[in-house]
Every structure is written in structure tokens, then in C-alpha cells.
Design a protein around this ligand. Structure first.
Ligand SMILES: NC(=O)c1ccc[n+]([C@@H]2O[C@H](COP(=O)([O-])OP(=O)(O)OC[C@H]3O[C@@H](n4cnc5c(N)ncnc54)[C@H](OP(=O)(O)O)[C@@H]3O)[C@@H](O)[C@H]2O)c1
Length: 290
């Protein structure tokens, strides 16, 4: 019988996951379909029940459901437990299992960028944003051995609660929190990497980072966002203009998807072919990480 997998989110029609996940299932000779399910937040519990009744074997989770699904699953992998969010759900005989592949996906993509394009040791990152993906980024940075950084967010309260949560579990020590206003007056001396997790809306009204001319010690700009036409995001354009190596989030997107596929099937994901299918859809050349 054909197995059913998918992605839940709201909205979800824009998701690229069906493109490369279907390629992975087809190439691995598995009789499976991967489909998007648009589930509004107010209908999440009914939506999850429906997936259960339909016999769905596993699914990805995107905005705005990652934290709610964390509380819904029966068991968690250690990374999901640390982050407090789930992006991969696996049906097991003993119940629903939740994993987080955003963190290892981010770590692999960042390491690859640092090795390929930056080439020197990074000591002090600046993280822009304090939403769901910033949580994964902070966890990933801690896993990579960073315990000191600065977080900049529009709303200070959200950044402070993120930091507090990581402080409580002993993962971070020296963290500075700034809002946009404070950031515009702040001395970035010592910062050598800037990671953007802010959503695109942040750059619609001109964000003060784009006006800064004093990012002299910065050796890399990494953006979780990406443009489908292969152009640079507004954040990365700023880095490129200043002669700083830049990288967007498409490598992370692909890697977190490859790891989800591995959770569901136990098979090695066909990363090269998944990347090619993404390229055909987006005109953006993607180099798989492994
Ligand atoms: N490459 C990948 O695999 C991958 C994975 C996950 C996410 N992402 C991308 O990362 C981005 C953020 O995702 P998320 O899950 O972290 O979203 P989120 O939880 O909604 O967080 C959004 C962040 O952007 C800020 N923001 C939103 N609108 C703003 C505005 N008008 N002005 C200033 N700041 C604004 C928020 O600040 P406040 O706290 O003040 O609201 C918050 O820090 C998205 O573009 C997403 O596509 C990529």
C-alpha cells in the first residue's frame, strides 16, 4: 500500500519540501506520496487527529505549529527536547515521535560555509532575531561550542525569554540582548559572524543593520532565508556590498529535509538528486552538504 507523508503549516503552499522529498522517495524505490497539508492554528488538534486516522507515516512541521506539535508527540529526540520545537514527526508502533532536524541542518550548513568561504576561526557571532528559527540557531551554536553571543530583536521581551530559557538549562553564559534601537548605537567590536533569522518583513522597512558601515571585523554573513530566483536576500546584499562572504539558507533547507527523510525511512537520503530537483524548481544551484 502507498505510504503517505507530508508537511503541515499555515500557509504551506509555498513550501519546497514536496519537491525534494518526493524525489527522495521516488529514487529510493519507495511507494510513497509527500503532500502539503494547510492546517490553520485554530484547527491544529483536529488536523493532527485526521493525519492519525488517515494512517500518515510521518510529516514535517513548519510555521506556526513547531512548538504546539512539540507538546503533542509521545516521545522526543534529545535535540527537540533542548530546542522545545519539532519539525519532523515519525509514526512508531509505540506512538508519535518528534525530532528536530533544523538544528543539525543549520550546524552542517554553517560549518560548510565557514570551511568553504570564511576559512578562519569564528569566536563571537551576532544572531538577528528571536523567533522559532533563532531558537534552533542558538541551540546549534551551543552544540558547536559557542557560549557567548549577542542577540538582536525588534521586541526585547522575546529575546530575553529565549535567553532565559537557555540560561536555565546551562547552555549559554555570556549573552547580550539588544533591541533595534540599542543596536543602532551599539559598538560591534569583536563580532566576526552575523546570522540572520529575521523574517523578510524586517527588511521591508529599512533595518538599521543595512546602514551600518562599522562591521569591519565581520568575516561572514549567513541568512536562513533565501530567494527562489537565485538572487541575494537584502541582508546578504549588504554583506556582499561590504566584501564579506555570504551564504543563504537553501543548504540548511535541503539538509534538514534529508535528515527528516532518514528519520522516516532509515535510508541514506539521495542529497545530490534532492538538490538537483530543487535547482530545477528554483533556478538556484544547490550544493548538497554531504
Ligand atoms: N533555511 C531553512 O531551512 C529555514 C528554517 C527555518 C526558518 N527559516 C526562515 O527563517 C525566517 C524566520 O523564521 P522563524 O521560524 O524564526 O519565524 P518567527 O518565529 O515568526 O520569527 C520571526 C522573527 O522575525 C522578526 N520580525 C518579523 N517581522 C518583523 C518586522 N516587520 N520587523 C522586524 N522584525 C520582524 C520577529 O521579531 P519579533 O520577535 O519582534 O516579532 C522574529 O525575530 C523565515 O524567513 C523562514 O523562512 C529558514
Amino acid at each position: 500500500m502507498k505510504r503517505l507523508y507530508g508537511i503541515i503549516g499555515f500557509p504551506v503552499a509555498h513550501s519546497l519540501s514536496p519537491v525534494f522529498q518526493q524525489t527522495a522517495f521516488d529514487l529510493s524505490g519507495l511507494d510513497a506520496a509527500y503532500v502539503p497539508f494547510a492546517i490553520p492554528p485554530e484547527s491544529l488538534q483536529e488536523g493532527l487527529k485526521a493525519l492519525d486516522l488517515l494512517g500518515v507515516s510521518g510529516f514535517n512541521v513548519t510555521l506556526p505549529h513547531k512548538e504546539a506539535v512539540f507538546s503533542w508527540v509521545n516521545d522526543l529526540d534529545p535535540i527537540a527536547r533542548k530546542v522545545g520545537s519539532v519539525n519532523t514527526v515519525v509514526r512508531r508502533t509505540e506512538g508519535w515521535f518528534g525530532a528536530n532536524t533544523d538544528v543539525p541542518g543549520f550546524c552542517s550548513a554553517l560549518k560548510c560555509f565557514l570551511e568553504r568561504s570564511v576559512g578562519s576561526e569564528i569566536k563571537y557571532p551576532l544572531v538577528l532575531g528571536a523567533g522559532g528559527s533563532a531558537r534552533s540557531v542558538v541551540t546549534g551554536l551551543c552544540e558547536m561550542g559557542f557560549s557567548s553571543f549577542t542577540i538582536v530583536n525588534r521586541s526585547r521581551g522575546r529575546a530575553e525569554s529565549l535567553v532565559e530559557c537557555f540560561r536555565r538549562n546551562g547552555m549559554i553564559h555570556a549573552v547580550e540582548v539588544l533591541d533595534f534601537e540599542e543596536f543602532s548605537r551599539w559598538d560591534p567590536n569583536g563580532i566576526d559572524l552575523v546570522i540572520n533569522t529575521l523574517s523578510r518583513d524586517a527588511f521591508r522597512e529599512r533595518f538599521s543593520l543595512l546602514d551600518r558601515t562599522d562591521l569591519v571585523g565581520v568575516k561572514g554573513f549567513y541568512d536562513l532565508s533565501y530567494e527562489l530566483d537565485g538572487s541575494l536576500t537584502p541582508f546578504l546584499k549588504k554583506g556582499e556590498k561590504d566584501g564579506i562572504p555570504v551564504e543563504d539558507g537553501i543548504g540548511m533547507l535541503l539538509e534538514q529535509g534529508a535528515l527528516s527523510f532518514e528519520w522516516w525511512t532509515g535510508l541514506q537520503a539521495p542529497r545530490r538528486e534532492m538538490a538537483d530537483s530543487l535547482y530545477r524548481r528554483t533556478v538556484k544551484k544547490v550544493t548538497p552538504l554531504q
